[in-house]
Design a protein around this ligand. Structure first.
Ligand SMILES: [Zn+2]
Length: 210
């Protein structure tokens, strides 16, 4: 399952647990339970002991959010995260970036990322690494200092966003064009809000046409 599918499943489980704890009508609970189990069956590996246990947990009327979170954690091995990225990978992707500030490797959980994004506060820049058409691409741009509440172009969720302006090479050697998009200032938060990667792919098309 992809990281954003894990988020979709997590949201479905949260709705079910909220329903259990609010003691909703059994008919409503059955719908929420069927929805959550449906998501689990769609995204999880069939015939896997972890999957079977997880689905069994969902039927527990006394399931708490803590227990659900713990159960979700057991599924992490089933999340196929981001490709392996090293400082050497970044040096290749951002050849023209002098003084490239690297992400905080210690705090990164690549498995849970749909894309990798980090900020260089000192120079008001954001760096983005993502998979586009099965290839790893790097996008660099400036991030405006202003922060607004708005819809992020990438995760398509209401968030704290800033204007990201990429400087992207076109097909013509030496020509550059810029594009502005409001995106989450915090790319870690952005990743946690993903429920589809359509926004990311559309964003990449505008900042990194291929
Ligand atoms: Zn976002």
């Amino acid at each position: 399952m992809k990281p954003f599918e894990f988020t979709v499943l997590k949201n479905g489980v949260a709705r079910l647990v909220a329903g259990y704890s609010a003691n909703l009508d059994p008919v409503v609970l059955d719908v929420l339970k069927a929805d959550a189990i449906d998501l689990a069956k769609t995204f999880l590996i069939a015939d896997d002991a972890l999957t079977t246990n997880f689905i069994f947990e969902l039927t527990n009327r006394r399931l708490t959010i803590e227990q659900a979170t713990e159960a979700l954690t057991t599924l992490r091995p089933q999340v196929t995260g981001f490709p392996s990225v090293t400082p050497a990978t970044l040096a290749t992707l951002f050849k023209k970036s002098h003084h490239l500030v690297e992400p905080d490797w210690q705090r990164l959980d690549l498995r849970m990322l749909t894309y990798l994004g980090w900020n260089d506060i000192a120079t008001h820049q954001k760096f983005i690494v993502a998979v586009q058409a099965d290839r790893l691409v790097g996008v660099r741009g400036t991030l405006s200092a202003g922060i607004h509440n708005g819809v992020c172009a990438i995760c398509q969720t209401m968030s704290r966003v800033s204007m990201f302006t990429a400087t992207t090479a076109t097909n013509h050697v030496g020509n550059y064009r810029t594009n502005g998009n409001y995106i989450c200032r915090d790319s870690g938060q952005c990743n946690r809000q993903f429920t589809s990667d359509e926004g990311l792919q559309a964003f990449l098309e505008t900042v990194h046409p291929h």
